[in-house]
Design a protein. Structure first.
Length: 217
């Protein structure tokens, strides 16, 4: 009986946490990096102390939102890498998946990757998220995930594991920097940027063999 009651309480807490994250997402979509704890609490119909109780602090809420969106992005990137297509096509599809994601939800991207201008300028009572301290770990996670995929699928010779990590983090850094610039300036169509970035990557990757016994790339 006690175990059942505890399980029900856990489910209720998880559901409430999900609802609060949904409310936070709506505020982020509206306010971007300026999203504040006050605004999120108001959107959820609760007080700010209750929001803190669920997430600990602003950093805890940010981390939960970041994990949510990063998990979704990684799932999409893996699906692009696993698609039944030629290697060059999969490279382009992976690049396009990333750029399409930040294009579709630019406010979410800016919230995750840029410091809050509202916080630094003292607007909103200084309640904005200072996310600049947290964007680097997100990029590292993406880099490690991509490195794992490369190591699984591409034979880069005796130093394959080391090179896979270099490539994984290098590709993510390239996607992030190029995507950030492109999202701000829109100097060319997305398809053109995808093709240009794929050209940059294609040299040694085109010549590398698939790892024996692996899923291929």
């Amino acid at each position: 009986m006690e175990i059942t009651q505890r399980t029900d309480q856990q489910r209720s807490a998880e559901q409430r946490r999900h609802e609060l994250l949904e409310a936070a997402d709506r505020v982020v979509l509206r306010d971007g990096p300026g999203a504040s704890m006050n605004a999120i609490a108001a959107e959820a119909g609760i007080t700010k102390p209750i929001l803190y109780r669920h997430f600990g602090d602003k950093g805890g809420l940010y981390a939960a939102l970041a994990k949510r969106h990063t998990d979704a992005l990684l799932a999409s990137l893996r699906a692009a890498l696993d698609a039944p297509a030629e290697r060059r096509e999969r490279v382009e599809s992976t690049l396009d998946t990333y750029l399409a994601a930040i294009e579709a939800r630019p406010q979410v991207y800016r919230f995750l990757m840029h410091p809050s201008e509202a916080a630094s300028s003292g607007e909103s009572g200084g309640e904005g998220f200072d996310v600049g301290l947290h964007s680097a770990p997100l990029l590292r996670r993406l880099g490690e995930e991509l490195a794992e995929v490369i190591e699984e699928r591409v034979d880069l010779g005796p130093q394959s594991a080391e090179l896979a990590r270099v490539w994984g983090h290098g590709i993510v850094g390239m996607m992030h920097a190029a995507g950030d610039w492109w999202l701000g300036e829109r100097p060319c169509p997305r398809a053109q940027l995808v093709s240009s970035l794929a050209d940059l990557l294609w040299g040694r990757l085109a010549a590398a063999g698939n790892r024996a016994g692996g899923p291929g790339f």
